[in-house]
Each structure stands twice: as structure tokens, then as C-alpha cells.
Design a binder for this molecule. Structure first.
Ligand SMILES: [Zn+2]
Length: 391
């Protein structure tokens, strides 16, 4: 990966984020989009729509007469974390957790705290109460390392998550970070947009198929931003074909090994994805990343592809195998002193590069979206011919 590109990844992964508290990620996204002169707008729920400058041009694109599907790449800007609820004293904040989390070795663990203006201070957890289903933290108290300079700041403006030696660091080709899920997906969308912009500038005649990036909010508590976007009806009112591509980092599983390439995600915990679109993606992966991609149902969690599918949008997915999913130290590694206690997530640089290749591949014109099984049919017909006399 080129230095400048790696720096953009580092900048994104350094952004503090939590469900509904994505402002610092948004600021970084805006700065990257503006530096590359890529159009974007905010929908009414503050999801970012990349690739078009307004609602009007988004609607126009979705109603153009064309057989070429609009690719809607989707990734979320949040990561499990907490919101402040109220001050118990100058140095103690009661908090509510949003999304998944580790459930062991929590007392005394370090957290960071931020507001929409940036990082504020560090602290540590105490009095952790788990949810009834025991699958994540529900509430806790955070003891601040030192009182805040701004004593008037409302508890409700504060958010946070688990803290490690740094927001991001590298060890060999491994990238350790607070929130690879799903800021690496956001990165992949921004890089794909950037590359398309460069190609279109160089070569004004060969138009690439239309690209949309949908960067959503509040995914970790049930795809809230994505559902709000779907409910506003843009995609369902499209009169030309649409294919949604969910980009996620998902819990590593047998057959989805970290460092062995991006995963053609055939489904998630809830559902399988659209078979025709998957055939296109899978053929593309064989061509672009021979021996360097993986293929499986990633059923360690569900993702925004579920929401897209539920609203009738043709959806496929690419996953990055992720270590220590939702900061739960399943795989261990650096800064993980206790199995299944808080730990940084980690991903592999080769997998990210593979994912970028696949995204770019999906933007080629005239892929077989219309009839993905045609080659397979002719192979099977040939086979039928050779065995027909036995029938
Ligand atoms: Zn995710």
C-alpha cells in the first residue's frame, strides 16, 4: 500500500467513534472527500452519500434508463462504545453501552472518552452491569484519570470505548486498532471513489458504471442508519437495477483466516445473499485474486446486507477477516492480557489490499449481472451432451 493511502487509513482508524456519535469520523471523511473533489451529501439522518452532490442527483442517477446496475457500497461509521448518562462526581461518569462488547475481565479496564470536538481524557471501568442476555455490557461507571478542564460539559455529550496503547499501530502486516469494524469498510469506499475519480478524469470517454457509497450511522444497534435510509425510499424507488455491496469486517472463522485474503461473503448470521450477484463477485475474485481470496457464509454476526435484503435490494458482501471482533479477545495478540477480555481489533494489510481490488473490479462495465449463470449453463449443457446416451 502506498504511503499516502496508508496515511488515510491511519487517519480514519484514529477517529473516536460510537453508535450515533460518528461526528469525528464524518469530519475525517469530509476532509478526504474534499481533498479529492469527490461529491457527497448528507441524507436527512446524517448518513453520508458519496458520489453524488445532492438528493436530486442521487434520485436522477437511480432513475436513469440503463441496464447497468448502480453499485451501492455500504459501510458503517460507528463501532460499539458507550454514551455518558450523568455525572456522579467530578471524576465519575455513569455510562450506557451501545452494541456488542467483551463480557469478562472488565473491572479496571482502560477506556477513552471524547466529545464531538475530539478526545478528552482516559478513564477506567467499574461497577459493570451486563445485559440480561449476558452478551454485552449494559451500564457501568467510568472513573476519569483526571477531572475535565471544561467542568460544564454535559454527560450526554461524552462518548467512549476501550483504550489501548494507541488508536492504531502496526506489527508486521497486522494492523491493530480500536475499531477496524467498520472503519476499514469506510476506507475501502473512500479509496474506491478516489480511484474512480482519477480514472474518469484521465479518460473522459470511457464512463465507469455509477458508484454510490453509503456511509451509515448506528449500525451496531440494528443497522439504524441504513434502515432510516431505506425507509426514506430512495433505493426502493429506483427504476434502474441496483446492487448493494456490504463491506464489513467480520469475526474470523474457520475458512475465513486473517491474512488469506478478503472473503466473498455468501451470507451472514441471518440470511444468504443474492446468488446471481454472488456469482459475479465470486468469478471476479477468481480472476483478480487467484488463491488470495476466501469464500464462505460469515455467520459470526449479521450486517447491513441483512437490512438491504429485507428491503428487497439485491445485495452481496465482502468481508475482512477480523481478529478480536467487537474488542473481545478471542484471538488474543498484542494488548490482550486476558482471553475474551477487552482487546484491540486487528486486520491484515494484504486482506485490505485484496478488498480494494475487488471493489475496483466490481466497478467495471458490462459484468454479467444480467445473466451471471450463462457460462455455467453452457458447461452443464456440454456435460449433458457427453452423457446423454446414458440417459
Ligand atoms: Zn460492523
Amino acid at each position: 500500500m502506498k504511503q499516502a493511502q496508508l496515511q488515510r487509513l491511519r487517519n480514519l482508524l484514529s477517529c473516536p467513534t460510537a453508535p450515533f456519535r460518528e461526528a469525528l469520523v464524518m469530519a475525517e471523511v469530509e476532509s478526504q472527500l474534499q481533498s479529492a473533489a469527490i461529491p457527497y451529501f448528507y441524507d436527512q439522518h446524517r448518513n453520508i452519500v458519496v458520489g453524488v452532490a445532492s438528493e436530486k442527483s442521487y434520485q436522477k442517477l437511480l432513475s436513469q434508463r440503463s441496464k447497468e446496475p448502480v453499485r451501492v457500497f455500504i459501510a458503517h461509521m460507528d463501532h460499539p462504545g458507550f454514551h455518558g448518562v450523568r455525572w456522579l462526581s467530578e471524576k465519575c461518569l455513569s455510562i450506557k453501552w451501545f452494541g456488542g462488547s467483551p463480557i469478562k475481565h472488565l473491572a479496571g479496564r482502560k477506556v477513552w472518552l471524547a466529545s464531538d470536538d475530539g478526545l478528552l481524557v482516559e478513564g477506567s471501568l467499574k461497577k459493570v452491569v451486563l445485559r440480561k442476555d449476558k452478551r454485552a455490557i449494559q451500564t457501568a461507571e467510568v472513573v476519569l484519570d483526571k477531572p475535565l478542564e471544561d467542568k460544564k460539559i454535559s454527560a450526554l455529550k461524552i462518548f467512549g470505548g476501550f483504550n489501548f496503547r494507541a488508536p492504531i499501530w502496526q506489527s508486521g502486516k497486522r494492523i491493530y486498532t480500536r475499531a477496524a469494524d467498520d472503519l476499514v469498510g469506510v476506507f475501502a469506499i473512500l479509496e474506491t471513489a478516489r480511484q474512480l475519480q482519477a480514472i474518469n478524469k484521465r479518460n473522459k470517454k470511457t464512463k465507469r458504471p455509477p458508484f454510490i457509497g453509503l456511509l451509515t450511522r448506528g449500525e451496531e444497534v440494528g443497522f439504524v442508519g441504513a434502515v432510516a435510509h431505506l425507509e426514506s425510499g430512495f433505493l426502493n424507488k429506483a427504476t434502474r437495477p441496483v446492487v448493494a455491496v456490504s463491506l464489513e469486517a467480520s469475526r474470523t472463522l474457520p475458512g475465513a483466516i486473517i491474512g488469506k485474503g478478503p472473503v466473498v461473503r455468501m451470507g451472514d448470521w441471518r440470511t444468504v445473499f443474492e446468488s446471481g450477484g454472488l456469482k459475479v463477485l465470486s468469478d471476479l475474485a477468481v480472476k483478480l485474486l487467484p488463491g488470495k481470496h476466501q469464500r464462505r457464509v460469515m455467520d459470526g454476526g449479521s450486517c447491513e446486507a441483512t437490512a438491504m435484503t429485507a428491503w428487497g435490494i439485491k445485495t452481496i458482501g465482502i468481508s475482512l477477516p477480523l481478529g478480536n471482533y467487537h474488542n473481545e479477545g478471542y484471538e488474543g495478540g498484542m494488548d490482550c492480557p486476558a482471553h475474551r477480555g477487552p482487546a484491540p481489533e486487528f486486520v491484515h494489510l494484504d486482506d485490505i489490499e485484496g478488498e480494494l481490488k475487488l471493489c475496483q473490479g466490481l466497478m467495471k462495465a458490462s459484468l454479467a449481472w444480467d445473466d451471471p449463470w450463462q457460462q455455467q449453463r453452457s458447461r452443464l449443457r456440454k456435460n449433458l451432451k457427453s452423457y446423454q446416451r446414458h440417459l
